[in-house]
Design a protein around this ligand. Structure first.
Ligand code: NAD
Length: 483
């Protein structure tokens, strides 16, 4: 692990196996952090923040280091993508695209770091000036999931560094390797020791971190169940929390869509990344007139989806990332069938074996079914039909989540009307899954608290201080307080 600028084993020598989901074999062993290791990492980050020079560095200096790190990511993108794809079973080409785009987060937040910070306030008091300062929040503990470990870590790290925070990350026990490999680049870029620390380990390590009274914020991406548990623990110390949780995102398709374009968008929304994406467009809410033609078009392409080795460039869908994930998808499919969903295609393990699941479409899904309400995190599309725009909006919003949505229509007025009414943090019109460092991302409802990316993402790692300055130099009446 990387703690306080040193490469260390777990204090008790314990290790953790990391499996390659494609082969099912152990391909890496990493340390399994103990409570003492967690304390050591937190103290290193604490020291680097409290005594160290980091929080007093100029934003220009932090920005320079961040740009250097961005360059190192670009240089090492292929190796890091190979590591990550081996660890989580997602396509090498998807992981490579993520690593190649990741530097943009560091460039963007390096830019924000050196732009305006705080503002002059319009004072109504003749002898007073007032302004705000943006100051770093402190020590950030990041806990990340297995589906895009480094991408989601860097959505947190880039704004945290720009703000002047220090950082401890614990990646998922299923995919610890890429975050550890990334630490080599942080080291090479020349960040002071203690500013960035990586711990590997399971839920226990996440618990130790979130229970710590020595951290100022927990930045979590993962399931809503774990997010709620973390928020409860954090509440005891009033530790700030940022939560990016799951979703059950609707794709609302109107009769007047472009069927071919829409079919591709729906496929990309649910079958890319084997559906293992928080923003997977898992509920197809389609208007009666377009339904048959759209499903036919989707099916045509689904039949040709190439399942296989995630490392091969022609592969389009990899396996589920873990055995428990594979089992969970299978049991949700069984439950959906029992509750009356009709299988259009898939709903079974793929012939190639391993943790592969056939791309699945379920029709005649109803809002009272588990498959409509709960996140599958697999390649499963649930289909519902609607007649009126009002009904479409109602169905789209009939969820405890609110992460993302797609709206498909060539009628620009309807597109905007519907996008405005859907309660979700991101809405794409005639597209799906577009992301950028400058575009805020996050959830309504139980999809999370807070936003990542954009200026909103930086604000999550800052405190705002108001500074009042008396300019007359005269004594004031001590009993007319404050006003
Ligand atoms: P998970 O919630 O099981 O685990 C996430 C992390 O939390 C892991 O590092 C795990 O070790 C840790 N953890 C588990 N229990 C803990 C506890 N009690 N205290 C502290 N830490 C604990 O999630 P996962 O299975 O790794 O990832 C899939 C989930 O992540 C899905 O629900 C998906 O929607 C969500 N996700 C959300 C986003 C987003 O940006 N909104 C992005 C990707 C994934």
């Amino acid at each position: 692990m990387y703690i306080d600028g040193q490469w260390v084993d777990a204090s008790d020598g314990g290790t953790l196996d990391s499996l390659n989901p494609y082969t099912g074999e152990v391909w890496a062993q990493v340390p399994n952090a103990t409570a003492a290791d967690v304390a050591k990492a937190v103290e290193a980050a604490r020291r680097a923040f409290d005594d160290g020079e980091w929080r007093h560095t100029t934003p220009q200096h932090r920005a320079r280091l961040m740009r250097r790190l961005a360059e190192l990511i670009t240089k090492n993108a292929e190796e890091l993508a190979r590591i990550e794809s081996t660890d989580n079973g997602k396509l090498y080409r998807e992981m490579l695209a993520q690593w190649r785009y990741m530097p943009e987060w560091f460039y963007y937040y390096a830019g924000l770091a050196v732009s305006e910070q705080g503002r002059m306030l319009a004072s109504d008091k003749p002898n007073f000036m007032a302004f705000t300062r943006k100051e770093p929040l402190g020590v950030v503990a990041a806990i990340t999931p297995w589906n895009s470990p480094a991408f989601l870590m860097n959505w947190k790290l880039a704004p945290a560094l720009a703000a002047g925070c220090t950082f401890v990350v614990k990646p998922s026990e299923h995919t610890p390797v890429s975050s550890l490999a990334f630490a080599r680049l942080v080291e090479e870029a020349g960040f002071p020791k203690g500013v960035f620390n990586v711990l590997s380990g399971g839920p226990e390590v996440g618990k130790f971190l979130s229970e710590s009274t020595r951290i100022d914020k927990i930045a979590f991406t993962g399931s809503d169940g774990v997010g709620k548990a973390i928020a409860q623990v954090a509440a005891k110390n009033l530790t700030r929390v940022g939560l990016e949780l799951g979703g059950k995102s609707p794709q609302v398709v109107f009769d007047d869509c472009d069927v071919a374009v829409t079919a591709h968008g729906i496929i990309s929304g649910i079958f890319a990344a084997t559906g293992q994406s928080c923003m997977a467009g898992s509920r197809l809410i389609v208007q009666k007139g377009a339904k048959a033609q759209l499903i036919e078009k989707i099916l045509e392409r689904v039949k040709t989806i190439k399942l296989g080795d995630p490392m091969q460039p022609e592969t389009e869908m990899g396996p589920a990332a873990t055995k428990p994930q594979f089992d969970k998808v299978m049991s949700m499919l069984e439950a959906a069938k029992k509750q009356g969903a009709r299988v259009v295609c898939g709903a079974k393990p793929a012939e190639i074996g391993g943790y592969f699941i056939e791309p699945t479409i379920l029709d005649q899904v109803r809002p009272d079914m588990t498959i409509f309400q709960d996140e599958v995190f697999g390649p499963v599309l649930s289909v519902l039909e609607f007649e009126t725009e009002e009904e479409a909006v109602r169905l789209a919003n009939d969820t405890r989540y609110g992460l993302a949505a797609g709206v498909w229509t060539l009628n620009v007025q309807k597109a905007h009307r519907v996008a405005a009414q859907i309660r979700a943090g991101s809405v794409w019109i005639n597209a799906y899954r577009t992301l950028a460092p400058y575009a805020p991302f996050g959830g309504y409802g139980q999809s999370g608290i807070g936003r990542e990316n954009g200026p909103e993402g930086l604000a999550e790692y800052q405190e705002t201080k108001t500074v009042w300055i008396e300019t007359s130099g005269k004594s004031r009446d001590p009993f007319t307080i404050g006003l």
